[in-house]
Design a protein around this ligand. Structure first.
Ligand code: SF4
Ligand code: SF4
Length: 252
């Protein structure tokens, strides 16, 4: 979760919730699926590459541009089509063609999720806000939502759960180290977060697992389930890059 952005389109949501409906009959249908600057999370990439039957590498090459994201960590930005309107490559006249696996940001709109506090180890409060894009005519019509009912309706819980495990990595800047080590750190970050197929191969074929005390059930789970592999990748990065106690080494 992030602090609420300082932007007039963002309004803190009170207990009344919000009214919203988006469907093919709204005059603005599909207008939001163009000209986006949409950084994908590792879980977004996992869902989309499987949806499209691509490897992580193929998806990243075909559909993204790697750019410095939060705190300068390399992150894939969804490539818009090379047309005048710069539409999303997945939009059609009927709507989103990857709807069941659309990115978390597409599911969440117009709801945003942020946090207040948490500095100096203090407690952090979850809060929600609304994003009102000028072109969007979905407000003041349709059902009434609370953040919880909207999140459940849009299938956001799994996205939030996994993205919350990723946030502790990108909300901290990389260590200040000489350029070759900084490059290596960025490569490790990208491998274990976004290039999951390659990371899986490294886990299976190198001695990486021998260097940590990983319970056999966890090894089994992560070799069968990409989400478990991704969670291990986050722990490995936390340990290797930031010295978090997310894994226990076998020696020392
Ligand atoms: S992924 Fe789907 S919902 Fe998201 S911008 Fe593209 S077409 Fe729209
Ligand atoms: S602009 Fe708003 S109402 Fe229109 S299609 Fe997009 S989300 Fe739906």
């Amino acid at each position: 979760m992030l602090p609420i952005p300082d932007d007039k389109r963002f309004q803190e949501l009170d207990d009344d919730g919000f009214q919203f409906a988006c469907h093919p009959d709204v005059a603005c249908f599909n207008q939001c699926c163009r000209g986006l600057k949409l950084f994908l999370t590792p879980y977004d990439v996992l869902r989309l590459k499987n949806r499209l039957g691509l490897s992580s590498d193929e998806f990243i090459d075909r559909h993204t541009m790697i750019r410095p994201g939060q705190n300068g960590w390399p992150q894939p930005l969804l490539k818009m089509t090379d047309t005048y309107e710069r539409t999303c490559p997945f939009v059609s006249d009927q709507g989103c063609t990857v709807y069941d696996d659309r990115p978390g940001a597409c599911r969440s709109y117009p709801l945003g999720r942020g946090a207040r506090g948490g500095q100096a180890g203090g407690s952090q409060e979850e809060l929600f806000f609304l994003v009102r894009e000028d072109h969007c005519q979905g407000f003041e019509q349709g059902p009434h939502w609370s953040p919880q009912t909207w999140s459940a309706d849009q299938g956001l819980e799994e996205y939030n759960q996994i993205n919350d495990l990723f946030l502790p990595l990108i909300t901290r800047p990389p260590k200040l180290v000489p350029p070759p080590a900084a490059r290596k750190m960025a490569e490790m970050f990208f491998l274990a977060t976004y290039n999951l197929d390659l990371f899986g191969r490294m886990v299976r074929e190198s001695d990486l697992l021998k260097r940590f005390q990983v319970p056999p059930q966890r090894v089994q789970a992560m070799l069968q389930d990409e989400v478990e592999l991704m969670k291990f990748g986050f722990d490995w990065l936390g340990f290797t890059i930031f010295g978090d106690r997310t894994l226990t080494p076998t020696t020392g």
